[in-house]
Design a protein around this ligand. Structure first.
Ligand SMILES: [Zn+2]
Length: 270
């Protein structure tokens, strides 16, 4: 077990090759100052992050700069594969932090539960459809599950309703304490949710940057859903309106980070 480079007290939860070992709280403090941290980012680097059971996962992180943006990939051997896109205007280090944030979110929840070595489905979860020699399988957490195995797991939910939604793997996954809930992506409804979060933010001056970003994540997700379901111009317009509202706030770090998040979603729309 290794200790955090910053506080030298808590155990390492995140390890970034060439950058350091950090406990969760020091990493978060560092994140809050992300724009001031200087890092060189190789085109391949190793990042180790612990999951909710404190098991370490070693990812090889790579990125490809494409004409339309930067594609990030974190790949664990025989395990998780996590993707993220950032715009060409986003600094590489910010793209890397966003990817790490996504890995942390992914590792903070498991869709399978382990009953003495037998895996079962939790009532909420995410899986990725994969193909192995022409046979389709599901990857749930870091395990590949045959359709037969999945069918056996369904026994626990006989008679229940099962909802599904296919999304690109670059999108957010279900994490701890989340449920799927039907949500309207009508522009009015999306705008109302944004204003609601904004007034909550204004009424709670003690919130940290991380908590505020978590709060507004809902609105970024809304924009992404609109985009994926074909409401592109509506998403673009709402994104602009959100950015204008954000400019009226006082916290410059927050404004910059959030506007960048919104741009990362809408910048591709013509
Ligand atoms: Zn620390």
């Amino acid at each position: 077990m290794s200790y955090c480079d910053i506080c030298k007290e808590k155990h390492t939860a995140i390890q970034i090759e060439g950058i350091g070992h950090f406990c969760k709280s020091c990493y978060n403090d560092m994140m809050a100052e992300v724009f001031d941290v200087n890092v060189d980012i190789e085109d391949k680097l190793e990042v180790t992050i612990e999951d909710i059971d404190q098991k370490d996962h070693l990812f090889v992180v790579s990125y490809v700069i494409m004409p339309v943006g930067i594609k990030w990939l974190a790949r664990e051997k025989d395990g998780y594969k996590i993707e993220l896109y950032s715009s060409l205007d986003t600094e590489l280090k910010v793209g890397l932090w966003q990817l790490i944030e996504k890995i942390q979110r992914t590792l903070s929840y498991k869709s399978l539960e382990n009953h003495k070595g037998e895996f079962g489905l939790k009532s909420v979860g995410t899986s990725i459809v994969t193909v192995d020699h022409g046979v389709y399988k599901l990857k749930i957490d870091d395990k590949v599950i045959d359709i037969e195995e999945f069918s056996d797991m369904l026994a626990a939910y006989e008679g229940w309703m099962f909802e599904y939604q296919f999304r690109e793997t670059s999108e957010l996954t279900i994490t701890e304490d989340m449920v799927l809930k039907p949500t309207s992506i009508k522009p009015d409804a999306v705008w109302k949710r944004f204003l609601k979060n904004k007034s909550y933010y204004l009424s709670e001056p003690g919130l940290g940057l991380h908590e505020v970003l978590d709060l507004f994540q809902e609105n970024c997700d809304d924009l992404r859903f609109m985009l994926n379901l074909g409401f592109k111009q509506e998403a673009k317009q709402l994104g602009y309106r959100m950015k204008i509202e954000l400019d009226l706030l006082k916290d410059l770090d927050l404004i910059k980070t959030l506007k960048e998040k919104i741009d990362n979603i809408i910048w591709l729309i013509p």
